[in-house]
Ligand binder design. Sequence first.
Ligand code: SF4
Length: 96
Amino acid sequence: METEGDATGDDGTVKGRVIAVDIHVHRITNRWGYVSTTTPERTTTALEAVLPPRYDVEINALLVPFGKHICTGVAPKCFTCPVLDMCQQVGVMSHR
Ligand code: SF4
C-alpha cells in the first residue's frame, strides 16, 4: 500500500521509505515471526516488503517502549503480553 507522494519501484517496494529499525524493532518483529532475519539491516529490508508504509514511523515509536518493558531482550514478559496469542515466540527460550 502506498502513501501519497511515494513511488513504487520495479520490484514493487515503495521507494524513499524510512523505517527506523533498532535492536528492539529487529528483535520483536523476528520473535513475532513477522520477518525472519539475522540483522537489523536485513529486518529493514524485510519490513519494507511486508509493512504497510503508513506504519513506517509508528512501528519504532511503539516497539521501543514495548521492547524495554515487555518484550525485553532477556526473559520477555510473555505472560503479560497483549499480543501473546499472535506471537510465534521465535527464539524465545525462557520467559516470565
Ligand atoms: S509473546 Fe513474548 S516474545 Fe512475543 S511479543 Fe510478547 S513478550 Fe515478546
